[in-house]
Design a protein around this ligand. Structure first.
Ligand code: RNT
Ligand code: ZN
Length: 421
């Protein structure tokens, strides 16, 4: 029996099994095809960027590992992304950071223009992907003192406000060119290593800086603003200006998007549990799906309980119009393309499992107060044959089924990555 035949037969059996529970697998696949994941460019080169090869990563985040073959130029990164996208089912997006500009001369962060990103937009057009964008408020001498948009130094604060304004123009350009709104995210590293006396003043300055950055109204069909909160960073353990409470209040009062990063909360605090509340008060959300291990370590996303819980919330509350799914992890200890593929395929798998849930039956049990059935059925659902549906989805999307993508990644490593001395 051929491989394809086995995939088809397994799918047929799974389809019948799900149909008995009132779940339409064909419909689930159809919907899954319409959900884009925004792949973060920074997994490809350890958040290095192309502004200055000598600048190390700072801002209280860290990449560990020295696996060979990281992308050194925009062309190399795009080639790696092409390979990655060829191994992932569906149509997705690229999430670019400002330090990934494509120029042959040095451009200051407060002088960035759309023209420095034209090659990326061309690539996105050719690849049929949308784009999202991020200001880079770290890995820069003007961020060395640990404060950017909340700095008490007016020159420094002004510099980063100008950067924020540049980034929105670039985001709007991307959105207009690609015909799909670009979400431009603001994350700043600002914070104190040790106990502050004045917790308020930096937050007042941050709110003022953001108001100035967002002063110009932009068409939401081309551009959306998001702000990302955080709990702490390395070297900023005692105080983070842009805390969750700060940004929840800011996004609610200004009606911007809020970005929830899975690694930016206390270890037992899950973003999946926050989505329903937060979406009552902010217009849309951006997710940074990540995997914290003991701290905000940005491990490669895997199919674990929290990933599934996020996907289930999105499906059960049908949030896809309002939630932009982005990834945020960086691992330099394994093949970087494999890292992208593992993380993105896991995210899509979680969405599929959630789409295959017999949600109506579960909802009914809950409405009737039958919590016995709710728990029993949730447990039974865990062993339903979603693997057969996943394989079929990959096969019909012309991407490798099962572990076959790994052989392709290894071949690319041998032919391309290992040549990058
Ligand atoms: C840092 C934030 C932020 C970064 C990227 C590179 O803790 O999560 O989103 O990871 O901007
Ligand atoms: Zn993040």
């Amino acid at each position: 029996m051929s491989h394809t035949k086995a995939v088809e037969q397994a799918y047929e059996l799974a389809r019948q099994r799900y149909a008995e529970l009132g779940v339409d697998t064909d419909k689930a696949i159809e919907q899954l095809r319409t959900i884009p994941i925004s792949l973060h460019c920074w997994q490809g080169d350890d958040v290095g960027g192309f502004e200055n090869p000598d600048t190390g990563l700072d801002g209280g985040i860290a990449v560990t590992g020295n696996y060979p073959g990281k992308a050194r130029t925009p062309d190399e990164l795009r080639a790696d992304l092409d390979k990655t996208l060829s191994l992932i089912p569906g149509r997705h997006r690229l999430n670019l950071h400002a330090i990934y500009l494509d120029t042959d001369r040095k451009i200051e962060r407060n002088a960035l223009e759309p023209e420095h990103f034209t090659s990326w937009v061309q690539w996105a057009k050719d690849s049929g992907v949308g784009m999202d964008f991020n200001g880079t408020y770290f890995s820069h001498p003007k961020a060395d003192a640990g404060f950017t948009l909340s700095s008490a130094d007016e020159d420094i604060r002004q510099f980063w406000i100008e950067h924020g304004i540049c980034c929105r123009k670039i985001g709007a350009y991307m959105g207009a060119e690609l015909g799909t709104p670009c979400v431009t995210n603001v994350w700043i590293p600002d914070g104190y290593k040790d106990i502050p006396i004045d917790r308020l003043a930096p937050r007042e300055r941050l709110a003022d800086s953001l108001d100035r950055i967002f002063a110009e109204k932009l068409d939401p069909t081309v551009h959306l603003d998001a702000v990302e909160s955080k709990l702490f960073g390395i070297g900023a353990e005692s105080y983070t200006t842009g805390s969750h409470e700060f940004y929840l209040g800011y996004a609610t009062s200004r009606q911007t998007l809020l970005c929830l990063d899975a690694g930016h909360f206390h270890p037992t605090e899950m973003i999946s549990e926050k989505l329903s509340s937060v979406l009552m008060f902010v217009p849309e959300l951006l997710l940074h799906v990540s995997r914290p291990v003991r701290w905000d370590s940005d491990h490669v996303v895997i199919l674990n309980d929290e990933l599934l819980a996020i996907a289930q919330e999105l499906v059960r509350l049908d949030m896809f119009e309002k939630v932009h799914i982005g990834l945020d992890f960086f691992d330099a200890s394994i093949n970087r393309i494999a890292a992208w593929v593992i993380g993105t395929r896991s995210m899509i798998k979680a969405l599929l499992i959630a789409l295959l849930e017999p949600t109506n039956t579960l909802r009914q049990a809950e409405a009737e107060g039958d919590f016995t059935s709710r728990l029993a059925l949730l447990e039974e659902a865990k062993t339903l044959p979603y693997g057969a549906v996943w394989d079929y989805y990959c096969a019909t999307s012309d991407v490798p089924v099962g572990q076959a993508w790994l052989a392709e990644t290894k071949a690319y490593e041998k032919d391309v990555l290992s040549q990058r001395a």
